[in-house]
Design a protein around this ligand. Sequence first.
Ligand SMILES: Nc1ncnc2c1ncn2[C@@H]1O[C@H](COP(=O)(O)OP(=O)(O)O)[C@@H](O)[C@H]1O
Ligand code: SF4
Ligand SMILES: [Mg+2]
Length: 389
Amino acid sequence: MTERTERSEGHEGMPSQLSSDKTGTPVTLSHDAQAPAGEVVLEAVGLTKHFPVRPPLRTLFSRKRDAVHAVDDVHLTLRRGRVTALVGESGSGKSTVARLLAQLYPRTGGDIRLHGVTTTVKGGRRFREYARRVQMIFQDPFASLNPVHTTRYHLTRSLRIHGNAGSTPQELEDALAGLLNRVSLTPPERYLDKFPHELSGGQRQRVAIARALGANPEALLADEPVSMLDVSIRLGVLNLLRDLKERLNLAILYITHDIASARYFADETMVMYAGRMVEGGDSETVTQSPAHPYTRLLIDSAPDPDRLTGLADVDAEDRGNGEPPSLIRPPSGCRFHPRCPHAMPRCSIEMPVPLPIGDRPGHWAACWLYDEASLATTASSPNGREELS
Ligand SMILES: Nc1ncnc2c1ncn2[C@@H]1O[C@H](COP(=O)(O)OP(=O)(O)O)[C@@H](O)[C@H]1O
Ligand code: SF4
Ligand SMILES: [Mg+2]
């Protein structure tokens, strides 16, 4: 177990909304739901995770070890009372980012900052202290709840571990009822003694959310929290999370492959491709005026493009071709270049840096199309480049 403490530094080359907050707030283990909305709770700064690949026998003695470059140089800021969506197709590294932020994996590089202070925990008491403030909700509530235990067991355990169970049986009962009321499982006594298989998918996910709330966290990391639920109940669970964000002033990371739901639910949207962030900004702008060719591809392949206006006329070449790349040997330069209909010679050589788009404050894309040098030499962009020139 190690705990380093360093002050945040701004990250050069990133748009200002990605720079770390420098409030200098010290890490304490008590927290305040009345803290100002917008206060930075959790930051990823240059977060990187490479999973070593077991070498084939013939290369066993070679010094070079392959690795899956699951997450590279990711910057992310979670703020009180705000939902940040992390969007990308399967395998782009979204769950790995969430697990890194939850400190379930050691990181290969970069920082995780809780209230501006670098925080590294590896199990034990320090991990519990961290988990009290940063909780995760998983995709599959059936897998994340123990089938042989009741709602009462799951919630009591969470309340006890995090010191929120009170000191008398009545206080515990009140806390259990309070949790179930918060997730709209009412009356609580109807759900307390139910086993997971006796609940619907939506009710199970609500119990999983209640269990996370048992820690009284500041940040919730929700990894595809509705993607395994029936379409008819997804909205109810998203509305619940939004209500919790507002009432409890939570910072929420909402991971999804459905960019339309990010527009509906998230204040800010970040798009990830092959382990790297490629675009970010407020959700309305990113989904209505996407700048990066990959974001346009994502929106164009959403089941109902009319949900996102202005995209019906995206021409065929903007849709991109092919499959996501190998993350063991990711493409050089821009990782999207093998699929990108707008790729230029420099794209396969130089890694694009985040560049401001200029339409709305904080909107950026890691794409050479928005570089002054490329703007001068290229005639058209995938998204109204004339606005940029
Ligand atoms: N524990 C692991 N060991 C090796 N590779 C992993 C591990 N977890 C994820 N990966 C790989 O990392 C990449 C990103 O995975 P993941 O974060 O699950 O993506 P997403 O959640 O966007 O679908 C994938 O190529 C996946 O195979
Ligand atoms: S940097 Fe080049 S290859 Fe990458 S998305 Fe932009 S135009 Fe396409
Ligand atoms: Mg995932």
